[in-house]
Design a binder for this molecule. Sequence first.
Ligand SMILES: [Fe+2]
Length: 260
Amino acid sequence: MIEIHTHILPGIDDGAADWDMALQLAQSAAAQGITDIIATPHHRNSSHYNPAQSVVTLTEQLNERLAAAGIAVTVHPGQEVHLHRELLDHWQKGELLTLANGPYMLLEMPHSRVPEYMESIVYELGIAGIRAVIPHPERNAEVARHPDKLEQLVELGALAQVTSASLLGGYGKGIERLSWSLCKKGFIHLISSDAHHPVRRGIQLAEAYEQAERQLGAEWSGYYRDNAAAVLAGKPIDAEFRPALQKASGWQRIRGLFTS
Ligand SMILES: [Fe+2]
């Protein structure tokens, strides 16, 4: 399994505080069968500034420590780039990273809204050969009210990544319901833990894929897994793929009466 969005690099954002915590996160990933992790520290949000070269250097150091500790996980560089108007300029100047040096960039919006210039940035990135991956749209207040806002971004070429804990109820019933609903509409292409801390916001990827298989069917969970591998390998992702939703079991239908 491949984990595409984590705050595993120590001491540079609100994720792992130190090397011990980074190694614990990697250890828990390895225990779930994860072989590769993309490190995506916050960049250019209100509190954190982590330009490309500093992320690459710290990623190399973490890989050395993982090898020394015998933890069979490889970490790749990336960033969670906060949306900002000069983004294309900063990309051209070499300040930004894509995910594992491929054609996908993790592009975070504010939680409260979808800024009006998001569409033009997604479009311009596309012209530059980069596909935006929108993390946790299920936690964006405007997407929650108007899921068609996310659909418009997907139609422009963006992909969307739901957070494991959202699917598993960690952010409450409302976000859980919205997350599954976005999945069923075909607006979600990737699942990731967005892990920050080994205990409080840990890696829950295997559990989320299992739940996706139960709720949506094996084809969907396979689609999400394959897409994470495609991100790492820099291969294309088919955002139009819509496997048939599996028929709900009797129990799931009854549960659905109370949860939807
Ligand atoms: Fe994140």
